[in-house]
Design a protein around this ligand. Structure first.
Ligand SMILES: [Zn+2]
Length: 234
């Protein structure tokens, strides 16, 4: 949210250059500039605005976008490298993109399970015992080892401690054209969905387990990826 606020502040300041001369804000700006403790002065000190090259009133759209990207990259890099609280972010947000789990075709439940896994929350809220081995705390790392997730996803242990996040990080940013990639996701995605279903069911041992049965896990995504985009045939 902090980054979003900073970007909106810079856009707002930029828009003031295009106000008519007799607009109230245009008339007030010379007065506001004299008061260093005003909100206007604070606004002018916002990070992205300060990073825009001078003269700011000549800022082109491409310059604004490039400065914004550089600012976001810098913020992401600082957060990933922070000594505290960055482990989950480093595992889940290695790139400056919209996470594909937010827009790729999948059912509501599948998306919810992916997002919960990303956030480090196992569905259910309270600590549950493992339904497979009886261990008292079915936490994320236990789920990975007890449900044999490395082996089922064919990811060696030395590559990553979290094979599901490892694969979610490789989800395509657009519809792939390579048959190798298409086949890879057609094969692996139903397995990922099935594993997340099992974890969901483990977290709700008292509920009707039938609701977790899915005859075609991951079908929305595998159907989407296997059909060429209409633009490819043009
Ligand atoms: Zn277990």
């Amino acid at each position: 949210m902090k980054e979003r606020t900073t970007i909106l502040q810079a856009k707002f300041l930029l828009s003031t250059y295009y106000l008519p001369d007799d607009a109230l804000l245009s008339l007030l700006i010379p007065y506001l500039n004299q008061h260093t403790k005003s909100k206007w002065h604070l606004l002018n000190n916002s990070t992205l605005w300060q990073q825009l090259p001078e003269p700011k009133n000549n800022t082109m759209t491409a310059t604004f976008k490039a400065t914004k990207r550089s600012y976001l990259m810098n913020e992401l890099s600082q957060k990933i490298n922070a000594p505290i609280g960055a482990i989950n972010l480093a595992a889940c947000r290695p790139k400056l993109v919209i996470d594909p789990i937010l827009w790729l075709p999948m059912s509501r439940k599948e998306r919810s399970r992916c997002i919960r896994w990303r956030l480090g929350w196992l569905p259910g809220g309270k600590i549950k015992a493992c339904q497979t081995c009886g261990f008292e705390n079915f936490h994320k790392n236990h789920a990975i080892s007890c449900l044999n997730i490395h082996k089922r996803l064919e990811i060696p242990y030395h590559i990553t401690s979290d094979p599901i996040s490892h694969l979610l990080n490789q989800l395509p940013q657009s519809k792939p054209t390579s048959h190798k990639k298409i086949n890879f996701w057609k094969n692996i995605w139903p397995t990922i969905c099935t594993i997340l279903v099992e974890i969901d069911a483990h977290q709700h041992p008292t509920s009707n387990q039938h609701q977790y049965f899915d005859e075609h896990p991951g079908k929305a995504f595998t159907t989407w990826i296997d059909n060429p985009s209409p633009h490819q045939n043009e």
